[in-house]
Design a protein around this ligand. Sequence first.
Ligand SMILES: NC(=O)c1ccc[n+]([C@@H]2O[C@H](COP(=O)([O-])OP(=O)(O)OC[C@H]3O[C@@H](n4cnc5c(N)ncnc54)[C@H](OP(=O)(O)O)[C@@H]3O)[C@@H](O)[C@H]2O)c1
Length: 351
Amino acid sequence: MAEQSALLACGCYRFRSVSHLWRPQLVKPVRLAIVGATGLVGRTTLDVLAEWQIPLRALRLFASDESAGRMMTWNGRSYALEPLASVPLDVDAAILATSRKISQQWAPRFREAGVIVIDHSSAFRMDTDVPLIIPEVNGRALNGHTNLIANPNCSASVVVLPLAALNREFQLRAIVVDTYQSVSGSGQDAVAELDAQLADSQSPAKIYPRPIAHNVFPQVGPFDVRGLCDEEQKVVDELRKILECPQLSIFTTTVRVPVRVGHSAAVTVECMKAVSRADVETAFRNMPGMIYEADTYKTPREIAGKQEVFVSRLRVNESDPRWLQFWAVGDNLRKGAASNAVQILMELFRD
Ligand SMILES: NC(=O)c1ccc[n+]([C@@H]2O[C@H](COP(=O)([O-])OP(=O)(O)OC[C@H]3O[C@@H](n4cnc5c(N)ncnc54)[C@H](OP(=O)(O)O)[C@@H]3O)[C@@H](O)[C@H]2O)c1
């Protein structure tokens, strides 16, 4: 698809009421490619771009060879899906929402061609020259980027906002994170697997190691020789990098649950000093991007489609008030992926 001269959405854009927690900002019109536009993250990205009225000067959509030629509609216009055969040189930025393998192959090519890449895969997250960004926490790490920015893992994204709030005020000493992760975190084929097993209990497990319908299992990704599964190592590594606490003690158990959308986490924290409930509540309320609720709690069903992370069930240990616990839940496709990447895009193309 050739570059379109007209703006695809409105011109320079003033951030309106996406969330009362966000500050208004202006975004320059961008020429954008989305690779993996038909997937869960790609489609949610298109939803977010439209909902937030991000001004695009051109939009090119890529998917697998099998999808090439099919049409997708965005903001009332039709777009032909393209196969990824060469780097599109008529775009300013590309959001890669495909597999780690495709990112490993294509991100360096986009980067060398001068296209800024925001990558959803785990391929480059721990590279020292690649910022791993949650804008509310470490947006300043975008300074000096070299055309490749990594979007964090969806479980890390759900817990990092309250943890950053605590770290700023009280300094973290150790954390224990137990996740309850939805199947959409594994892509569209995993959602189809849950649906098939809900319809027919004999439908086989293909994506997952066990049947997921009416079940939970403490495994997200393959195990390493020490017995950690892939997701547990990602949560440890990525939280340390985003929080800039390379020595932080982190213990995690990642669990897959038969929920369509929304990752939840039960988090236990040891701070460097004793905290009061009132001070923690103030820290949580002052943290942009999250909503703290003192008197109720949210579940994945209630927050699917929302941008913010919801934090509740705060408990400060009475016998040792350096310790506290809370419950966090967020939409893995929104803050865990698409909307965080669009936030990064907005930071990069700020007017
Ligand atoms: N899902 C989440 O909550 C989440 C959160 C954070 C990060 N991520 C990461 O984001 C990435 C995408 O996840 P997802 O959940 O959106 O996966 P998904 O639903 O399985 O979608 C995969 C996308 O990749 C496309 N694709 C496959 N082969 C391709 C090729 N050769 N060239 C171009 N595109 C190709 C697919 O196109 P077709 O439709 O044509 O096959 C589809 O659009 C993954 O790296 C994942 O780890 C996901």
